[in-house]
Ligand binder design. Structure first.
Ligand code: CAA
Length: 262
């Protein structure tokens, strides 16, 4: 289905959009052309009423080895600043409303780790290699790593990793609560788990799914009181949806709900 050069898109199960980063010669380094395609594919799935959840994966060896160092090496401050370099990467975190699962096998370094952290759920293999090695290149994380990694695993661990540039394993990502599931096998087993979860999510009404993602994300921005009030307003709003009636009526009648997505 895809006419892309750096990514592949497919629908492995009904309701599931799968995006595979596919720049094997550069270990899926996240060049600007790759990100343009990724954002386009994400928007298409987000706007597709037949898609309920999205999975992003890479190869067995690399989810993504970071921003493209060869593209960045000659960049000047003026060019980075005036073109707001890397800002388009935020599209995933700020504009995509359906759930996105990262399925990480192999290297997820620098921007690759940050891309995983922008996703709503991370699944990885136990042998996956995460890290924010930017300090070794004379710079710092530039796609949200200092903020999202710190929220995901706490300040002391994030500070140590970002200041030393040391890698950490998928096993550790699971133990620290950054990854929701750690798979002992390879990419095939990992992808099976990620697609299964995406299929489960896609099987629910899209209306509360999008609302649930929105309210969980609000917890990262708002005070507890504001967040709880925001959640309650959203909860009230869902009484105006058809699928709340369909879901609760089906429960009472001991039937399987047939979602309308309305
Ligand atoms: N950018 C551009 N090219 C990259 C790349 C990257 N981030 N990572 C790997 N490649 C290229 C290599 O240059 C190499 O290309 P050539 O065959 O043309 O030489 C090819 O991919 C294969 O890589 P290696 O030969 O290095 O493979 P390896 O198995 O020996 O090592 C690795 C794998 C440890 C991941 C190593 O490639 C590596 O350290 N990559 C860089 C990791 C990194 O520093 N990432 C952070 C980037 S900065 C960033 O992301 C900024 C930000 O916050 C947004």
């Amino acid at each position: 289905s895809s006419t892309y050069e750096h990514i592949l898109t497919e629908t492995p199960k009904p309701g599931v959009g799968l995006i595979t980063l596919n720049r094997p010669k550069a270990l899926n380094a996240l060049s600007s052309p790759l990100f343009t395609e990724l954002n386009d594919a994400l928007s298409k799935y987000d706007n597709d009423k037949d898609i309920g959840a999205i999975v992003i994966t890479g190869s067995e060896k690399a989810f993504a080895a970071g921003a493209d160092i060869k593209e960045m090496a000659p960049l000047t401050f003026a060019a980075a600043y005036s073109n707001n370099f890397i800002a388009p990467w935020s599209h995933l975190a700020t504009s995509i409303r359906k759930p996105v699962i990262a399925a990480v096998s192999g290297y997820a370094l620098g921007g690759g780790c940050e891309l995983a952290l922008m996703c709503d759920i991370i699944y990885c293999t136990s042998k996956a290699t995460f890290g924010q090695p930017e300090i070794k290149l004379g710079t710092i994380p530039g796609a949200g790593g200092s903020q999202r990694l710190t929220r995901a695993i706490g300040k002391s661990r994030a500070m140590e990793l970002i200041l030393t540039g040391k890698n950490f394993s998928g096993k550790e990502a699971g133990e620290w609560g950054m990854a929701a599931k750690v798979v002992d096998g390879g990419k095939e087993e990992l992808l099976e788990e990620a697609v299964k979860t995406a299929e489960t999510i896609a099987g629910y009404s899209h209306v509360p799914v999008v609302a649930a993602k929105e309210v969980v994300n609000k917890s990262q921005e708002l005070s507890l009181r504001e967040g709880v009030e925001y959640e309650r307003r959203m909860f009230h709003g869902l009484f105006g949806s058809k699928d709340q009636k369909i879901g609760m009526t089906a429960f009472a009648e001991k039937k399987k709900p047939e979602w309308s997505n309305e």
